[in-house]
Design a protein around this ligand. Sequence first.
Ligand SMILES: Cc1cc2nc3c(=O)[nH]c(=O)nc-3n(C[C@H](O)[C@H](O)[C@H](O)COP(=O)(O)OP(=O)(O)OC[C@H]3O[C@@H](n4cnc5c(N)ncnc54)[C@H](O)[C@@H]3O)c2cc1C
Length: 669
Amino acid sequence: MPSNAVNPDLQREREKASFNTQEFTYWWLGGKEKYEAKKKLEKLFLNDPELKDELPISYMSPKELYEHSVRKAVIIAKKLRELRADGEDDVDTYTALFGGALGSALIKEGNPMMLHFVMFVPTIMGQGTVEQQIEWLTKAWDCNILGTYAQTELGHGTFLRGLETRAEYDATTQEFVLNTPTISAYKWWPGGMGHTANHAIVVAQLYTKGVFRGLAPFIVQLRDLETHMPMQGIDVGDIGPKIGMKSVNNGYLGLKNVRVPLNNMLMKNQQVLPDGTYVAPKNSVLTYGTMMFVRVALIRDLSQTLAKASTIAMRYSAVRRQSPIDPNKPEPQIIEHTTQQLKVFPQIAKAIIFKITGEHIWNMFNNVSGELEQGNMDRLPEMHALSCCLKAITSADSAAAVEVCRLSCGGHGYMDCSNFPTIYGMTTAVCTYEGENTVMLLQTARYLVKVYAQALSGEPLVPTVQYISDYIKNREFGAFDCTLEQIVHAFQFVAANKVRIAYERMEKHRRQGHEPETAANLVGIELTQAADLHGRAFLAQTAYSGLNELIRQVSPALAAVFQTILELYLLDACLGRMGDLLRFINLTDGDVSKLELRLAECLKRLRPNAVALVDSFDVHDRVLDSALGAADGRVYERIFESVKKNPMNKEPVNKTFHQYLKPFMKANL
Ligand SMILES: Cc1cc2nc3c(=O)[nH]c(=O)nc-3n(C[C@H](O)[C@H](O)[C@H](O)COP(=O)(O)OP(=O)(O)OC[C@H]3O[C@@H](n4cnc5c(N)ncnc54)[C@H](O)[C@@H]3O)c2cc1C
């Protein structure tokens, strides 16, 4: 095949499309303007030869990879500084550069300056006073200082009250004295902490006048601005190799009598006065803003990850031929195997549903943030609960989906050049950071059992949990008619039942004399299941209403594709939770058969449009970075190209032959 030719099978697939891919792409990216902005950004960053990897980074040592990544991080930051100076940076620019899209093409295993932009700057914005923002943000935006966010410790991550780092106020010098008194108090994990950042926001126990006041964030200088040597009392380094995020430079930090001025405590929500008087936050939930912001941003990001993984799997499935279905015919494209369709198509659908949900929750977050600024906290608990369970579900589902996509590519999916190892490493990390997933579900569940009690006492509920009230008023599901609307209703009905079970069992333990916390632990499994179902019911409802609204707006051809996506997503989700559905709803064997047959029919319907759909995600080849998923489908050629880069293949005989193998083989017993 000539080097610029497209694989003919892939080309044929593209010609089968029944819809206009440009129309889809514009929608996917948020409109023509955003599409053009994306292209411009890609041109600016991807055409820069300094940002290309000649040698695949997997062949580098951790130290080489770090140095290579910092070099590129600086080029990226310089360009970003220029964009900012011209007023051409916006949220989308930062999302592209530090999320899983464009940024992953530039620094595949994660930017060592990422935490500066995604946590250091937002935390100052969210928790600093106006004066503190003026002081720190200019330096931070211009990267005159580089920061990270240090909360987790070797001994504690989830249980924040267990954090041991101490900040004691010394009124005589108007300084805080920071210490990590034990090994387990060492800060552990902050991105860029190892050797990149020279500042950190350190979360510590605050003591003033000898009294413990709670946790507070402090800006601490870690390294000298000229020499980059650690400041006095600072013990800092990299925590070593990890499953993924290999160039994020996650670090550790020990503090020994490190003094910072009074003004280095971020004081928007709580204050320490010069004499050590402590002014408590008016409302402790105000600090939730940054956490919610990051979680909501992650949900949007995960749809891009799924777009990436499903593009690789889908294109490969169109190019790869294996195992005749009809023994008298040639080997088909592997996508002809129905089981292959069931592996790949639902992941394409999930990318779309997560995108719709991500946008929806992003808008909701912006509304709630606006209300919070006005002092209205009414919708904060609902928003917090949703952001927690959706973060958990979308990250867990995305990690599982990436793995299914890898499996769908057989042995080649296991090769580094497929890019699945890196995509998986980056995705599964989301299950842990920004709130460990189980703990996130438990947070949501706490809200749900409260809501259940409110519903029982007849209080009105906010829209996203209204289904619980409906259930309490009518506990019969009625006949199941297999419509999509009813599948959404079924998810809500099951979620309401799961919340009821968790509530009732917890109440029972309470009546038996257990404290609320112990009772919650005893029903932890029921609670996480209730939160999981609540999130899935929300996803189903958002998919249903979001896609139906879209269907009314787009061309009939694209509307038909969206209809199939909606059906596929809901049927796959529903059949995947059949145990739960059968437990609470009177489904017959005939109903389940109907659902199964409809799913099979959906796969068939999506088949001609599957390649066009992933093409419409418009993921740049450099972002895919996959021999299996490139737009031209030259899979085998690209696998070979990558193998040729293997430094081990540069010499015909490795020295170990003479050193070890030959003496061993020639030696007599
Ligand atoms: C790639 C990566 C990057 C990170 N970056 C940063 C960073 O930049 N800055 C930073 O400060 N931190 C960072 N972290 C740390 C991260 O925030 C924590 O790992 C996370 O909060 C979980 O805490 P933990 O590791 O202590 O796990 P633990 O809390 O010890 O969890 C271990 C197990 O115990 C369970 N568990 C814990 N508490 C409960 C409970 N109440 N109920 C039920 N089960 C429970 C969990 O579900 C889990 O199964 C990063 C982590 C990773 C993996």
